[in-house]
Design a protein around this ligand. Structure first.
Ligand code: CDP
Length: 224
């Protein structure tokens, strides 16, 4: 039997990470883990409880105590439950987009989340997507990929995704939001968004989803 490996997929907003990571996981019969969901869940609870985003101890407490339950649907997309309620759509709302980088820059929050993610990743046979998977969460992952795409393409993809969830925003607003989030994620002191030294960088601007998935699966097969 072929030994399962860890696959780390990082990249900026709208680079196609989650779509690609889910399909790679499906093809290889691996588990798909969308790590952004953990930072988004802390952000969502903070918004619902009216916690100030400068209140780092309170946000850290949330990250520590939050019981985020993850199930996988038939199509491979994860379903996120908090206290038994499906919060999957709320996690990807524009309100959460707007605040999540403020939560994700807090070192103590990152430590809590990374610890939970490592426990999952260490089981191997996992595809994890995020910002610091190849650099911090799974630095020994056998396959590391950094997905990019030009800003116009990423904004169009993100707008389409938001529309599919019932949120309609002008393209200019979507572009502005992802620009600001990328800037915050890339410039933070802890675990900034950047490719690992040994990551394969794939520019997905002119590639189909299937082409990107096939090239990552080929990398994995090449290791077998
Ligand atoms: O899907 P998209 O790329 O837009 O975002 P996401 O993967 O859901 O991540 C949302 C936010 O969480 C990012 O903008 C980062 O601020 C943070 N994040 C992080 O800091 N580290 C990760 N491993 C994953 C997400």
């Amino acid at each position: 039997m072929v030994a399962k490996v860890q696959i780390a997929i990082d990249g900026p907003a709208g680079s196609g990470k989650s779509t690609v990571a889910r399909l790679v996981a499906k093809e290889l019969c691996y588990r798909y883990v969308d790590t952004g969901a953990w930072y988004r869940a802390v952000t969502l609870i903070a918004l619902r409880q009216g916690i100030n985003f400068d209140n780092q101890p309170a946000l850290n407490r949330l990250a520590k105590t939050m019981l985020l339950e993850v199930k996988t649907k038939g199509d491979g997309w994860p379903l996120y439950l908090l206290a038994g309620k499906d919060i999957s759509a709320a996690l990807r709302s524009p309100q959460v987009d707007d605040k999540v980088s403020q939560v994700a820059k807090i070192i103590t929050v990152r430590d809590q989340v990374s610890e939970k993610l490592r426990a999952i990743g260490n089981q191997k046979g996992v595809v994890m997507d995020g910002r610091d998977i190849g650099t911090v969460v799974l630095p020994d992952a056998e396959v590391k990929v950094f997905l990019t795409a030009d800003l116009a393409t990423r904004a169009k993809r993100r707008k389409r995704e938001l529309e599919s969830r019932g949120f309609s925003l002008p393209l200019s607003a979507v572009k502005e939001e992802i620009c600001q989030r990328d800037e915050k994620d890339s410039s933070r002191e802890v675990a900034p968004l950047m490719p690992a030294a040994d990551a394969y960088i794939i520019d997905t601007t002119n590639l189909t989803v299937d082409e990107v998935v096939a090239s990552i699966v080929a990398l994995v097969r090449g290791m077998e």
